[in-house]
Design a protein around this ligand. Sequence first.
Ligand SMILES: Nc1nc2c(ncn2[C@@H]2O[C@H](COP(=O)(O)OP(=O)(O)OP(=O)(O)O)[C@@H](O)[C@H]2O)c(=O)[nH]1
Ligand SMILES: [Mg+2]
Length: 426
Amino acid sequence: MFVDQASVYVKAGDGGNGLVAYRREKYVPLGGPAGGDGGDGADIIFEVDEGLNTLMDFRYNRHFKAKRGENGMSKSQHGKNAAPLIISVPPGTTVIDEDTEEVIADLTSQGQQAVIVKGGRGGRGNTRFVTPRNPAPDVAENGEPGKERNIRVELKLIADVGLVGFPSVGKSTLLSVVSAAKPKIADYHFTTLAPNLGVIDTSDHRSFVMADLPGLIEGASEGVGLGHQFLRHVERTRVIVHVIDMASMEARDPYDDFQKINKELEEFDPMLLKRPQIIAANKMDMPGAEENLVAFKEKLTEDIPVYEISALTREGLRDILFAIADLLDAIPKIAPEIEDTDEEVVYRYQKEDAPFDITRDPDGAFVIYGAKVEKLFKMTNFSSDGAIRRFSRQLRGMGIDDELRKRGAKDGDTVRLLEYEFEFVE
Ligand SMILES: Nc1nc2c(ncn2[C@@H]2O[C@H](COP(=O)(O)OP(=O)(O)OP(=O)(O)O)[C@@H](O)[C@H]2O)c(=O)[nH]1
Ligand SMILES: [Mg+2]
């Protein structure tokens, strides 16, 4: 199995901050609270785009940060929610949490979406903290931080293009110079025993997957050489690139090679001849290749484009890759084979954040940490007394005061949370 893989960091947008504001109207001497809520931060969503077939885009961009929500405004106006950041992925993409190895999403069908990280909720404005006892609160919340995650994106590769041809014509060499694949290359037959896959990126940023395949010889369709095993792979590809040794280094006639290979393909499955083909006239750097090519083209009656290349000197590669990409764009997709089909499970909600934990620093200070308490802290706007009081109430509500006391905290002891210090007050 061949897997394309990328490690990516995603951070959803933070919620916008809530606002503390009061009405100021001409004839209302004591205007009530009028601070609006912050908007929600942007989610990061992955969406299947059938037009993609590799994870090439993740090679260029490994960090994704979504926009934050707008802050709350006066006159009780809600800040705008940030629009989700949508990232296109090819069908067959699996998204895994790198830290827990949990599968977050299996994306298979066109348009299917999965929320990879949720944006933070907008903080509430002071309008929302009105109570009969406190009709004009000076409390507003900061936005909730957006979730962040390290993820691994994986894609089982299916070759779009198969390289076929006699042994030693240069199939593996070609794959090695147009992709990062490192197939074994040697001047003896059947160097390649199992297909190698490479991801190809054309200079105009289109990408596709190409396989070099074990060499084919006469009788392959009946099982000679690596026969059937090899031909099964060809059946799954959408374009066949027929590699021919135009230098005739083993004294075979190039056109004869071409016909023999096609005959084997046809005998294995007549449909294979209907598959679009491109001829790669390889080894054009060698003496005699030019003459052979002229003779080859004279004999060629089939309507198949011929591209002159040298995998060794890397000549002509750009043109043939463009031709392959154009052809792939022009023909319909074959639905990728997906082993465990119909699995529509998309996103499992995350477990509750651990509320808090307490340790002690060497100097005796109590240190509070944990996702939930840290989130509360970040959502508190410490510029108002009301918000500070509310934060202490929340800590008490979570049982942090009791826990501190249990561990021996006394009036005046230092308590740390993130990079801040407080005094423990009874
Ligand atoms: N002169 C020249 N030699 C080449 C070129 N491409 C490949 N070769 C040589 O041809 C020999 C066979 O190359 P491979 O890439 O292993 O051939 P293959 O088609 O993958 O062969 P199998 O895996 O055995 O089917 C090697 O010695 C290569 O260096 C080329 O463009 N010019
Ligand atoms: Mg090979």
